[in-house]
Design a protein around this ligand. Sequence first.
Ligand code: ADP
Length: 626
Amino acid sequence: MSLQVKILIIVLAVVCLYAALDYTCQRFLVLPSFVAMEHNEAQNTMRHCIGMIRREISDLNKLTKNWAASDQTYQSVEDRNSRDSSTNLGVESLTKNNLNLIYICDIRGNVVWGEIRDIETNEAIQLKELPGGRWSQTHPLLGHKTVQSYTTGIFMTERGPMLIASRPIITSRNEGPIRGTFITGRFLDDSVLEEVTAHVPVDLKLWTIADDFVPAEEREVLNHLKAESQFHIRQARDNLLHVYTLFSDIQEVPALLMRADIPQDIRTKGIARLIRSSFLSNLTAGLSVMLVLLLLLQQTVVTPVRKLTSHVVAIGKARDMSARLSMQRSDEIGVLAQEFNCMVEQLSQAREKLLEQSFSLGKAEMASKVLDETRKRAAELEEAYRKLENANQELKDFAHIVSHDLKAPLRGIKTIADWILTDYTDKFDEDGRKQMNSLSSRVEWMYKLIEGVLEYSRVGRVKEERVEVDLNKVVPEIIDVVAAPENIVITVENELPAIECEKTRITQVFENLLSNAIKYMDKPQGQIKIGCVEEDGFWKFSVADNGHGIEERHFERIFQIFQTVEQHDKFESTGVGLTVIKKIVELYDGKIWVESKVGEGSTFFFTLPKQEMRAKNVQLEASITC
Ligand code: ADP
């Protein structure tokens, strides 16, 4: 869930909580005031109804006063003349004034004139509380002592409560003496109640208390009213409020229970308004707060946090540690961004260090592997070299043994062939002698071949002490030994060095080269030149002649054993001499090669290292040990 949605939900929850709190406040603080107001209004309505009834009574009192303070009434009572004509009163007086009762009593309580009728049916009514003959002197409606005296209120009859007014009969000038009592009455029936409630939207109900007409469910209200206050209010169904009060009769005795059913406009409207206003105010406030909060949060929190998040995600995806977040803020988010930048910086440095270390480790590991591999290969090479050396030695031994063993029989064959040729020379014809000479010379050549092989196998196999050999002394001795013919001049071109080697071997090298140069000299003035120069840490020797030369295609071949350019028998060559030289030179870590032009001559070069010369096997041994 995104931060924005979370904030929205929190704000919504806060607004809902606020709405609930607001509603609770309204419900338990504001609404009770509405109820109190409504109760107050209900009491006022009830007072108004009571006032209306009292006004009816007051009107009745005024009417009664008019009749009671009339000279005609006064005179007629005085004369005890109770004729209708004398009082101008009749049944029509009742109908006309909407009255049910008119009584005129004299001072002793005798009814001078009286009438009680039902207004609607015009039937005469008898009421035991208001009899037609003589009333008791203590009757509550009689006994006015002053001219101003009057009695008004509710009078309970067997047919129900009656609005009544009683006044003393006096002169029209309000003077006495009082001649009697004038009484008017009207039943407090539905018609009166309708008049009372004509301008008030209530429904009035009356119950007589004395005769126990009060319904069971209203009876406890009586106790409340008697014990508590003037009014008692009860919540009824259908949004009605029942307001009760007691109405006393003219003797101030509670006689009637009156109930006004009042619609709960205030409460109903109040709740509706409360809900509406609460809803509207909450909605408006909530939306405004939400909007402002969202805008503020968006600007101050969500946007920077989103920027920070996308930056972090981008670094995570691209693994680009060089990216930095630019956020100029002094609050916590700004501090977080700065700290994050620092963290990335440190991470980047740590990563680089780690890379360097792992690179070094890798190099070390690689070097160790290479060293291991080299050691392994060197060991293998040493083993191979050892085997090769053994094989080579065996081969040399074999060649030496075979050559050595072949020499004796060959020498025997040669001797026998010579003997045969000497002893039986007269027995052979020319061709026979030729064949025998050929046999002898071929055996001789084969003997030389074997000699050559023996010589070759001796190189390296037969060890000799190494000594310092001064070539300036040795080479002239060799020149003497080879005994060049007179037409060939051998010269040493420059001073020769002294080298540490086996004297026999170096003698062999110079001897073979000089012998070849003499052997293959075809010029009448033969020249053989011996030279030596220093080159790249080596002594480079040369033996040059002006003989018939060698074709370039034979340059390599002539250094291989038994390989000759000409026929064997032409120069009695074996093809071993150069092979032996090559073996000796390479044994001393040198090289040999030839440069030649056919018809002009040949120059044989060979090199020997200037430093102490060691045998190849010794050198190899040392390198393997390293
Ligand atoms: P050999 O001399 O016994 O034949 P070598 O091995 O000494 O055997 O020489 C091989 C061949 O090289 C010779 O047969 C010869 O043809 C050629 N060769 C050697 N030295 C010379 C030289 N100085 N001039 C011309 N050819 C030569």
